[in-house]
Design a protein around this ligand. Structure first.
Ligand SMILES: [Zn+2]
Length: 156
């Protein structure tokens, strides 16, 4: 069951990630932000260590009425027409849909967090944000897959 949940989340995250939006004019909308899972800070800490980040990203969760596309699972970035589970902004801010953690008991591992932090890691390690998911972080069995496995194993 755990593996199945992880697979679903990963597939969704990859299919609907806005990538590294450093070159877009997009800001976090405070009116859409909810508290999100209580273990977010712990998950970010674990993943920051795993990815070897020099600074942890700011993580924001959109929930409630802000989940306005994808059958209420995701949020729309209207200026680009994108329906997203997650996006990385300015290489240091991450916005995530709270739908999946909300459905799975607050588990951060079913969200796009580990995926988005892969974008931050790619940027911080001088490889660009990899919006197209072509680098080693996003390869099968790459760091992002390993990060998801780590979160699941930690019960996060
Ligand atoms: Zn992505």
């Amino acid at each position: 069951m755990k593996a199945w949940v992880g697979f679903v989340a990963l597939a969704l995250a990859v299919a609907s990630c806005g990538g590294d939006a450093a070159d877009y004019d997009v800001e976090v909308d405070p009116s859409k932000v909810v508290d999100g899972p209580a273990n977010t800070e712990q998950a970010v800490s674990v993943l920051s260590g795993f990815y070897g980040l020099t600074s942890a990203p700011e993580v924001y969760w959109y929930g409630g009425a802000a989940l306005d596309c994808g059958d209420g699972h995701a949020f729309e970035l209207k200026q680009y027409g994108w329906c997203l589970q997650g996006i990385t902004l300015h290489d240091r801010q991450i916005v995530l849909s709270d739908y999946w953690p909300g459905q799975y008991g607050g588990l951060v591992s079913v969200s796009a967090l580990a995926h988005e932090m892969g974008h931050v890691a790619s940027y911080q390690h001088g490889e660009g944000g990899d919006r197209s998911h072509v680098g080693h972080y996003f390869a099968d069995g790459g760091e992002v897959d390993q990060a998801y496995a780590m979160l699941e194993a930690a019960g996060l």
